[in-house]
Structure formats: structure tokens, C-alpha cells
Design a protein around this ligand. Structure first.
Ligand code: FE
Length: 184
């Protein structure tokens, strides 16, 4: 496994990548890898010098994704996401396990269950979580349909880690869901 060094970094960010690598090399099942990575990165989220300035830049029209690191063997990728107030993802799921850690502000996450099929297919909101700065959560497909939003009034910055090669795929999103949202 070799190390990509092309992207801007900081010593703390390089340490975070090494910490994730140590866990990924254990080759645990996806849900366990996500849980372990989430637990491991929380300590880094409290460090004020984690991100270089370029990864803190947002965009006026949509949340912005900065690709921080892709492991050369494709086993994981790290991105920094910058969310202005009101910016959100579509409802989506992922190709691989995913960890969301909040660096600044609070990220709101809504999870959905997919019910029915064909013309009766619909989404039902299952769970709302507010992830505060310094906390991380991890999960793995299937059953990972969700959206993430900045529901606050200031910028949110988060670090997401995916068990996939985002550099090659362009995105960690498996599918976007444009279905009716129902009560049940
Ligand atoms: Fe997601």
C-alpha cells in the first residue's frame, strides 16, 4: 500500500490518514471498520490545525467536497466537506462503508427506510441525528439511505471517510433517491 501525497495536507491530517490506514489494514467487516474508524478520528476533530485553508473553502451554490486523500489501492478515501447554512445532499446511499466526523458546527443527518416497490416505492424518515463538532459516526450499506444538511446559521465543516476510491469513482454515492417521502 503506498501513500498519495499530491493533495495539500497538514501534519495532523497526515496522522489522521495513517490512523485510518491502520484500521483498514485489519480488513474487518464493513460495519466494524466504519465503527472503528469513527472512534479513531474523533480525537483529530478537536485539533484546530487539522485542515489547510483550501479545505475550509465553501461554495455559494452547493456544499463543496475537497478530496483530501485516496489510498492508492482504493481501500479508502478522505474528503473534507464544507456546508453553508441550508446546503444539503440529495437523499442517497453509498457504495461502501462511510464515516462522518464533524470538525466545525453541527451536521444534521436524516435516515430513511425504503418501503414498497415499483409504483408503491416510498421513503419513510426513520431517524434524525445531529452530529456535533468533535463527534463521528459510521455505518455501512445496505440500509444507509440518508441525507445530510447544514440546519444551522454558520458554516459546517466535516470530514468523511469512505471505504472506496473516490478519486476514481468521482463520488461515494451509489444511488440518489427521488421518491415520495411518506409517513409510513
Ligand atoms: Fe452520505
Amino acid at each position: 500500500m503506498s501513500i498519495s501525497t499530491a493533495a495539500p495536507s497538514t501534519p495532523v491530517l497526515a496522522d489522521l490518514v495513517c490512523a485510518v490506514r491502520e484500521i483498514v489494514r485489519l480488513e474487518r467487516p464493513p460495519a466494524e471498520a466504519a465503527r472503528l474508524v469513527a472512534g479513531r478520528i474523533e480525537g483529530f476533530l478537536a485539533q484546530p490545525d487539522l485542515l489547510p485553508a483550501e479545505y475550509r473553502e465553501g461554495a455559494p451554490d452547493r456544499y463543496r467536497q475537497h478530496l483530501v486523500h485516496t489510498e492508492d489501492d482504493g481501500s479508502f478515501s478522505v474528503v473534507a466537506l464544507v456546508w453553508q447554512p441550508g446546503q444539503q445532499t440529495p437523499i442517497h446511499d453509498h457504495v461502501a462503508w462511510c464515516v462522518a466526523g464533524v470538525y466545525e458546527g453541527a451536521e444534521t443527518e436524516r435516515r430513511y427506510e425504503l418501503r414498497g416497490e415499483g409504483v408503491t416505492a416510498r421513503l419513510v424518515a426513520a431517524d434524525d441525528a445531529i452530529n456535533n463538532a468533535g463527534t463521528a459516526c459510521g455505518f455501512a450499506p445496505p440500509g444507509d439511505i440518508h441525507l445530510v444538511r447544514n440546519s444551522g446559521t454558520s458554516t459546517v465543516i466535516s470530514i468523511h471517510v469512505y471505504g472506496a476510491h473516490i478519486g476514481k469513482l468521482g463520488t461515494s454515492i451509489r444511488r440518489e433517491y427521488h421518491l415520495p417521502v411518506a409517513d409510513e
